[in-house]
Design a protein around this ligand. Structure first.
Ligand code: NDP
Length: 240
C-alpha cells in the first residue's frame, strides 16, 4: 500500500496500540514520544517501528520533528494526534502551570503537528487526521477543567478542518474513548477507579487495542466518506 502514518505519543498506551495496529494493517509507521527513552527503546525493539523524540507542545520542535520523520520514513498520509497528559485539580486549586501544560500538550499539539502535514496532504490529494479526544471532551468531569477544555477543543478543531479538507481527499475525525487501562490512569485513586468502572455498562475499562481498531478503520482509504465526526467508544458509559 505504501502509506505512511505518524502516531504522536505512539510508544506507550493507546498510541503504542495504534502504532502496532497500523503497522499490522500495512502502513509504514513512525511513533513519537516526549522523554521516556526506556519505554521508547523497548517499543522500538519489540516492533521495529522507528521512534522520534520531541515535545509536541513546541511548534518549532514539531517543524523539525516532522521533517525528520518525512526524511526517514516518507511523506505522512495518516496523522494520529494521540499524545496527551493530565494534571488534575479542581478550578479553585488549579495552578496556571497545570492549565498551561495540559492545553499545550493536548490541544496546541494538535495544531502544531497537523500544521506540518496539511500542505503535503493537500498537494497529494489524500490525508487522514485522527485526533484522540476523550469522553471528557464530551461531558464535564470534576477536577479536569483543563483536560475537558483541551479535549472538547480537539473536537471543534476536527470539525473545522474536516470542512477545509473535504474537497482535497483529506478526512479529519476525532475518537472519544472512555476510560482505558493505561499508565495515564495510574494516579487515579483506587476508590475513584472503582466508581468509574461502576459507571461503565460493559463493566470494565477499555483496552488500548480497542481504540486502535477505530484508528485503523478511520485511516483506511475506504473510510473517505467519514469526516468531521467523533467516534465514541466507551463501553456504553455515554451515548453521543
Ligand atoms: P500514556 O500516558 O499511556 O502515554 C502517553 C504518550 O504520549 C507517551 O508516549 C508519552 O511519551 C507521549 N507524550 C506525552 N506528552 C508528550 C509531549 N509533550 N510530546 C510528545 N509526546 C508526549 O497515555 P494514554 O495512552 O492513556 O493516552 C493517550 C491519549 O488518549 C491521550 O491523549 C489521552 O488524553 C487520551 N485518552 C486516554 C484515556 C485513558 O483512559 N487512558 C481515555 C480517553 C482519552 P513518553 O513515553 O515519553 O512519556
Amino acid at each position: 500500500m505504501g502509506r505512511v502514518a505518524l502516531v504522536t505519543g505512539g510508544t506507550r498506551g493507546i498510541g503504542a496500540a495504534c502504532s502496532k495496529g497500523l503497522k499490522d494493517a500495512g502502513y509504514s509507521v513512525a511513533a513519537t514520544y516526549a522523554g521516556n527513552d526506556d519505554a521508547a527503546n523497548a517499543f522500538k525493539k519489540e516492533t521495529g517501528i522507528p521512534v522520534f523524540k520531541w515535545d509536541v507542545g513546541d511548534y518549532q520542535a514539531c517543524e523539525q520533528g516532522v521533517a525528520a520523520v518525512e526524511n526517514e520514513v516518507g511523506p505522512i498520509d495518516v496523522l494520529v494526534n494521540n499524545a496527551g497528559i493530565s494534571r488534575d485539580a479542581t478550578l479553585h486549586k488549579m495552578t496556571e502551570e497545570q492549565w498551561n501544560q495540559v492545553i499545550r500538550t493536548n490541544l496546541d499539539s494538535v495544531f502544531n503537528v497537523s500544521r506540518q502535514v496539511i500542505n503535503g496532504m493537500r498537494e497529494r490529494g489524500f490525508g487522514r487526521i485522527i485526533s484522540i479526544s476523550s469522553i471528557n471532551g464530551q461531558q464535564g468531569m470534576m477536577g479536569l477543567s483543563n483536560y475537558c477544555a483541551a479535549k472538547a477543543g480537539m473536537i471543534g478543531f476536527t470539525r473545522a478542518i474536516a470542512l477545509e479538507g473535504a474537497r482535497k481527499g483529506i478526512t479529519a475525525n476525532a475518537i472519544a474513548p472512555g476510560y482505558v487501562a493505561t499508565e495515564l490512569l495510574a494516579n487515579v485513586p483506587e476508590k475513584v477507579m472503582d466508581h468509574i468502572v461502576g459507571q461503565i455498562p460493559v463493566g470494565r475499562l477499555g483496552e488500548a487495542e480497542e481504540v486502535a481498531r477505530c484508528v485503523v478503520f478511520l485511516a483506511a482509504d475506504e473510510s473517505a466518506w467519514i469526516t468531521g465526526t467523533t467516534l465514541t467508544i466507551n463501553g456504553g458509559q455515554l451515548s453521543d
